[in-house]
Write a protein that binds this ligand. Structure first.
Ligand code: PGA
Length: 249
């Protein structure tokens, strides 16, 4: 699974050519390949129309609120995403945590609401550079997962994809080494096995995110516990994104 997080990009004039180029570039993939695109929410419907015939491609939202409706200016309910054809939603991205103060407890309510609405949540976790320098990366990630995801049943967990995104690697050009990524992905899978069950742990897809690009994708994706990537900057360049998708096989 390769997911492109477009964040608050691209500018309107680039939207259509970029969507078309990616859709054309990811036509002939292996049947199990899944490509997800997360444009700004106001482009979701248009993107679904443009990519209509592409069986590999799904479109999702970058965020949602936990209430189904109400006085929450500027927010989007999970049911609204479902209503326009979105299948996935990103929750807990480090930019949401940092700039919008989203805590693990708050994210738990969003996860529950997204699952209830029928969305698959791409739940992001990852440590800061200070955490890693203090060798706290595993306890930080454990807390992020424990507080927001472990209330879910194994059945509900089939609607969860975890994205490990070390904050120090996002948009910095600095990538976790394949060994660092594998170590954390294995830790996450072992945590799920211990706290839920091995079937859930084995089935849960764990994506790596943080400056993934064509030059490092093959080695990262070759790690046994890395099941795909969540791509920011490189998903705004069709050729790079498609190359990463192909590297995922
Ligand atoms: P990046 O972003 O690939 O630009 O580092 C990843 C992300 O924020 O999901």
């Amino acid at each position: 699974m390769i997911a492109g997080n477009w964040k608050m990009n691209p500018v309107a004039t680039d939207f259509e050519p970029l969507t078309r180029a990616i859709s054309e570039g990811v036509q002939d993939l292996a049947p199990q390949s899944e490509v997800l695109l997360f444009p700004p929410a106001l482009y979701i419907s248009k993107m679904l129309k443009l990519t209509n015939n592409n069986v590999h491609l799904s479109v999702g939202g970058q965020n949602c609120h936990h209430e189904p409706k109400g006085a929450f200016t500027g927010e989007l309910a999970p049911q609204m995403l479902v209503g326009i054809g979105a299948k996935h939603v990103i929750l807990g991205h480090s930019e949401r945590r940092k700039y919008f103060g989203e805590s693990n407890e708050f994210l738990k309510s969003k996860v529950d609401a997204a699952i209830e609405a029928g969305l698959t949540a791409i739940y992001c976790c990852g440590e800061s550079l200070d955490d890693r320098d203090a060798n706290q990366q595993q306890s930080v990630v454990e807390e992020q997962i424990t507080k927001a995801l472990l209330q879910l049943s194994s059945e509900q967990f089939t609607q969860i994809v975890i994205a490990y995104e070390p904050v120090w690697a996002i948009g910095t050009g600095r990538t976790a080494s394949p060994e660092q990524a594998q170590e954390m992905h294995r830790f996450i899978r072992a945590l799920l096995a211990e706290k839920i069950d091995t079937r859930t742990a084995d089935a849960c897809r764990i994506l790596y995110g943080g400056s993934m690009k064509p030059s490092n994708a093959i080695d990262l994706l070759a790690q046994p516990d890395v099941d795909g990537g969540l791509i920011g900057g490189a998903s705004l360049k069709a050729a790079d994104f498609c190359e990463i998708v192909k590297a995922a096989g």
